[in-house]
Design a protein around this ligand. Sequence first.
Ligand code: UDP
Ligand code: MN
Length: 277
Amino acid sequence: DLKLDGNRVTELKDIFISIKTASQNHVSRLQLLINTWVQQAKNQTYIFTDQRDEALENVMAGHIVNTNCSRDHNRRSLVCKMGHEFDMYIVSELRWWCHVDDDTYLNVKELVRLLAGYRHTEDWYLGKPSLDHPIEVINHVNPGPKLAFWFATGGAGFCVSRALALKMVPYAGGGRLTKAGDQIRLPDDCTIGYIINSLLHKELTVIDKFHSHLEALWRISPADIITQISLSYLMTKERTNIVNVPGFPVEKDPTRLWSIHCLIHPLSSECLRHVDR
Ligand code: UDP
Ligand code: MN
């Protein structure tokens, strides 16, 4: 169902952005995204969660999907959620599907610029692997030779073109992503890589401007922040991994996402409200 307007340059309205979250993260993580970058892509962004939240539904009317997947962090629940993201993207008929986690800052302008450089009518899987080699697994359902494939880390965000997504439907659509996940017994992002790289034999194109908290975020030069596409953070008792960026004091902006956002969008209403830098 690729539209005949294939030569028009890709714009924001052509992109379906899905955020995977969990009910326990609505306040602690998701609200920060809604207050910052989601404001730049409100019509294009859909949030996939596991429990009703009226407050959230009021803020993001029509853009919250309650997947009914289990609330836990086990592999099958995560794959279940990603399956819902995929299905809704297919129904959207848009040119690109981009997935992010709920601890990801998305630089919407740069994302659009990136995707405008690729044809949605060709097969594209854009993202950043966290391994420097293909992952090796055995197929638990159909025993055979070891599988080795590349996958884009979900925490860095990844994008799939419409042409490729349509080829994924037999393996990922209508709940079948769970079956694919059971074959390799790995999480959702690996399952997407398995389908694309192993089953469909399409390559992952590495985008260096995508960043998960699995890489050393503090090593990105502050001068390069505004041109990156995705950035993340990690804050646990044991370890913090945050971007080195000027802006709000760390006490006020521990994740650094507000500082990133207001560096990129200094004149946005949400940043003008925070003049007490
Ligand atoms: N997540 C989820 N259900 C859970 C735990 C996490 O859907 O029970 C989602 C979470 O909202 C996030 C992603 O999975 O978008 C990754 O979770 P997290 O950042 O906590 O862990 P990581 O895998 O990055 O260490
Ligand atoms: Mn994370």
